[in-house]
Write a new protein. Structure first.
Length: 417
């Protein structure tokens, strides 16, 4: 999809989309329950579709009515319905989990699947497989679990057993969440030790919050050590997904550039780490701000864009941006260069100079990354421009263009898919 945007300011009110972080965790917990429950606030995004496909492969069943999904968990589904996505291979059933582009779905469900199945296959895009699962390979290989990789698939043989797991805290929290979701079900107690520093702690807090809501108990020896009682059961029920601060940050980004949007549907006391966006955007008004995003890396693209539009900044804690949907620091450096802003990239930081924006002469690229696409729309609202690959927003917020156009953004869809 190709879109063009003319300089414009936005005004009005809009609801934030549902939180992907909460929704995916809730769907998996519902799938692992022994009853039937409803979850309100499930969008039609690509990541949600991947999660729904994979909970069916896990053995759950679901039906959708608008943004409400009714899930019958594994315990409520007969045994012969388990593994609807299975294949026969060498006489043994291989359970297939189609993750498409969803890193959360892949990393959450690898250990969960190994609680039930001896042979699993995760499929997805080439980029998803490039983002890596080395943390699990290191943790599980020593426990007799075998991994083999293809360009667009990952095959795993073995079963997850309870035990002691030492995990670096500076890796993606998705791996820690996957362990927490799974170890509580195993027939023995486990222990997870996080090796400091622990980044993205807020996402671990979200996992704890959802687990508690589904009746799961987690104990801590200290802030970096989980003591996990095995043999627990997930409790079904009706729940609603709260608004998403990660995507709402782009609406707040328009406000930081002079628009006047009232953003609804967010919890002001939310534990989502990206709630920090408001304070971080205010810091961009300072002279030579230094901002650490190690705890909220998804704010990287929007901060790069706003810093370029304001007085520049040094953004630190950027190391993990390499393993997102794109190499986000490099992708934003390429695109901001078209606005006349030359970023300086280091291993764990990005420097954005104080430079006057110019209208891009060449088309911008979304790099198949939803957050890159939305960040570039902020800058195009100042300068105008054309964006290719604009459909990338469908991964998490299919209604983004409809929302911002309704608020007054002069946006034209030049070419559909």
């Amino acid at each position: 999809m190709i879109i063009s945007i003319e300089p414009s300011q936005l005004k009005g009110s809009a609801y934030a989309p549902p939180s992907k972080s909460y929704a995916q965790r809730m769907l998996i917990c519902a799938a692992l329950s022994e009853g039937t429950g409803r979850i309100k606030g499930i969008s039609g995004s690509g990541d949600m579709k991947a999660a729904l496909d994979c909970i069916e492969a896990l053995g759950a069943k679901y039906s959708a009515d608008g943004d409400t999904v009714t899930v019958s968990g594994r315990g409520a589904v007969k045994e012969d319905a388990y593994g609807s996505g299975s294949e026969e291979a060498a006489g043994n059933r291989v359970h297939v989990f189609p993750c498409n582009e969803s890193g959360n779905t892949l990393r959450f469900l690898i250990p969960v699947s190994l609680c039930f199945f001896d042979r699993v296959r995760f499929t997805g895009t080439k980029r998803l497989m490039e983002r890596g699962i080395s943390v699990y390979e290191e943790l599980f290989s020593e426990r007799g679990i075998a991994f083999s990789k293809e360009e667009c698939a990952l095959n795993i043989n073995g079963r997850l057993l309870p035990g002691k797991f030492r995990v670096r805290g500076d890796i993606s929290s998705q791996f820690i969440t996957g362990l927490l979701l799974s170890l509580v079900m195993l027939p023995g107690d486990s222990r997870i030790e996080l090796i400091p520093p622990v980044e993205s702690r807020a996402y671990i807090d979200i996992t704890e919050d959802v687990l508690r809501d589904f009746g799961i108990r987690l104990d801590r020896e200290d802030e970096n050590t989980f003591l996990i009682k095995g043999g627990q059961r997930y409790r079904a029920g009706d729940r609603e997904v709260e608004g998403d601060w990660s995507n709402a940050a782009f609406l707040y980004g328009f406000n930081a550039l002079g628009s006047d949007i009232e953003i609804k549907g967010l919890k002001t006391d939310s534990i989502q780490g990206d709630r920090a966006c408001i304070g971080l955007f205010e810091r961009l008004e300072e002279e030579e701000p230094v901002i650490d995003i190690s705890g909220c890396p998804d704010l990287g693209p929007v901060l790069f864009a706003l810093a370029a539009a304001k007085h520049g900044a040094l953004i630190t804690g950027t190391r993990r941006l390499k393993i997102k949907e794109s190499d986000r620091a490099s992708a934003m450096a390429e695109e901001l260069g078209k606005f006349g802003v030359e970023l300086k990239l280091s291993e764990n930081s990005v420097f954005i100079p104080d430079t006057r924006l110019k209208k891009p002469e060449d088309s911008l690229s979304a790099h198949n990354d939803h957050r890159i696409a939305m960040a570039l729309c902020l800058l195009m609202s100042l300068t105008g421009g054309t964006l290719t690959g604009a459909e990338a927003v469908n991964k998490t917020w299919p209604g983004f263009y409809e929302t911002v156009r309704g608020l007054g953004l002069k946006l034209l869809i030049q070419e559909e898919l």
